[in-house]
Design a binder for this molecule. Structure first.
Ligand code: PXP
Length: 237
């Protein structure tokens, strides 16, 4: 049965719109766990546009499941990860102008420095996943770099507008997932998944965990976060 890690970034997005104290992503995380989430994900961005350092520190003290920190492979984030010690780090590419993460990591350009980066986090008992596009080369490079696993980018699948495009993307994802499994990597997936498109992708049994944020937080406005999480847990599993 696949696990669900709930990304609470967009609770912080609403708070930051008014630089207020609420809604609090820490409370959202606790409620998500109560509703059955298997983990909590936050992306601490360089520009701190949503999650703040204070959120991360409090989440580390309060999350009872698994805390996954999405971050760029920078010196600053490296120090923060070693200090906070999340259960897992997911390395993502980050651009200041983007609305959200736009694609997988380029693993060919900085292979050696990424190897060192990943090794030092793993030495501190932090699992390290690499966020990659669903292509064989990225899976093989992740293995060579020494990652614990991969998070396969599902953005193109989520954006596919025709049944044919969706099938093509699903096949790319499924091939990458199988290859990652064969190489002994942990396999997660995420980005752009919602209550409709989750069904087909959740049928790929080898995917161990889904990281889902926007659709759950959007639905919580109408249903409350507990109901939104419960329904996604049901669909994922
Ligand atoms: N996985 C990664 C690596 C991401 O960067 C994001 C967005 O922060 C997600 C999953 C969640 O994507 P969404 O908010 O579209 O569900």
């Amino acid at each position: 049965m696949a696990r669900l890690s709930v990304n609470v970034d967009h609770v912080a997005t609403v708070r930051q719109a008014r630089l207020a104290n609420e809604p609090d992503p820490v409370e959202a995380a606790l409620r998500a766990e109560t509703a059955g989430a298997d983990g909590i994900t936050v992306h601490l961005r360089e520009d701190r546009r949503h999650i703040q350092d204070r959120d991360l520190l409090l989440l580390r003290r309060t999350v009872k499941t698994r805390l996954n920190l999405e971050m760029a492979a920078t010196e600053e984030m490296h120090s923060i990860a070693l200090e906070v010690k999340p259960d897992m780090v997911t390395l993502v590419p980050e651009k200041r102008q983007e609305l959200t993460t736009e694609g997988g990591l380029d693993l060919r350009t900085h292979t050696e420095s990424l190897k060192r980066f990943v090794a030092s986090l793993r030495d501190a008992s932090i699992d390290v996943n690499l966020f990659i596009d669903p292509v064989p080369d990225a899976v093989k490079m992740s293995h060579r770099i020494g990652a614990s696993g991969v998070e396969v980018h599902t953005g193109l699948y989520a954006e596919a507008r025709t049944a044919r495009d969706r099938i093509v993307e699903l096949k790319r994802i499924s091939d990458s997932v199988m290859l990652a499994k064969r190489l002994g990597l942990k396999v997660h997936a995420g980005h752009g998944l919602d209550y409709h498109n989750i069904k087909d992708i959740a049928s790929i049994r080898e995917i161990e965990e889904f990281a889902i944020g926007f659709s759950i937080i959007a639905r919580s406005i109408y249903t409350g976060i507990e109901e939104a999480v419960r329904e996604m847990v049901r669909l994922v599993s």
